[in-house]
Design a protein around this ligand. Sequence first.
Ligand code: PEP
Ligand code: MN
Length: 363
Amino acid sequence: MMKGTLVERIRNQADIFVIAGPCSAESHAQVSSITTNIVATNKVNMLRAGIWKPRTHPNSFEGLGLKALPWLVKAGSLLEVPTCTEVANKTHVEAALKAGVDALWIGARTTVNPFAVQDIADALKGTKTPILIKNPINPDLELWLGAFERFNNAGLEDLTAIHRGFSIYNHVKYRNVPSWEIPIAFKEKRSDVPMICDPSHITGNRNLLLEVSQYAMDLNFDGLMIETHPSPDKALSDAKQQVNANDLDALLSKLVLRQPNFSQDVATMIDEIRSKVSVLDDELFNLLSDRMQLSEEVGILKRENKITILQQEHWSSLISKRLNQSEEYHLTPQFVRTLMDAIHQESIRHQTRIMNPKTSKSS
Ligand code: PEP
Ligand code: MN
């Protein structure tokens, strides 16, 4: 039922392309009521529902399988909105296509496995099915890109990326850390692929959906996938992160959408500021280069006196001094820590070269 490619639809969407629907299809009534209510917001461009659910523990709700497929397809055709569901193997692919689902997504636990991705790509050969590929659960950009290559090699061109964050043990804030640098690096390599953010699985918490969605919009993402449920607290999977149709509507209305490009007069002002920034960057790099030269002088003394490169106490005092100054310099402690660690690592590399000229060439 979908006209044109999904990539074109996403690219031609004037504002944000929104995919919404329940984490899992739980009953015909649930799918029908939530899809009807979210479509009534006039802000939803594609319906989702999980039919087969990859759950962490075997006794959790693992989706209703085949019998739930027609509920999603029926909702899509009644409401005239295309549909998508997750597939993890060839059997899922065949069943979903036979039932008339418009697009398929590859879940994070599947993208991580090249054998599974290849089997799915092979099963789809010869079709023009739109595929949405979630990032793998581990922060591995190449593995994510590799999944796209497997579909491309099978002749599938209508591909979209979904950023759903990366698995981490006991994070204080997020269920899956966003590590925004990874989708940014992905966009650098595959500017032909639209990027959708899935704040539901990043946050695992409905109260954080707005801040993560806004962040994605400010990084010029093309759309959002948000899990919705008629009674979120009663959901059989991912209850804490789902929202009802009213909350979805409110959340989307609160988003501030910004343009990716400057107008001419603003561009002139920005260029002026940017050239000042560039002068400061020159100074920073000159200073860093001078600093490394001093580190090398220290390295020579360490070599001559048979002293280890790492001087833990000295380093700890340097770090804590700068961390204490972070407020004074209007820098976040996280940035100060990352910057100082990077400087320290580079300094260790310089001293390693000085101290072990024969063995350190490639490090
Ligand atoms: C989902 O979208 O319901 C899902 C299981 O997602 P992920 O693969 O991102 O965990
Ligand atoms: Mn889910």
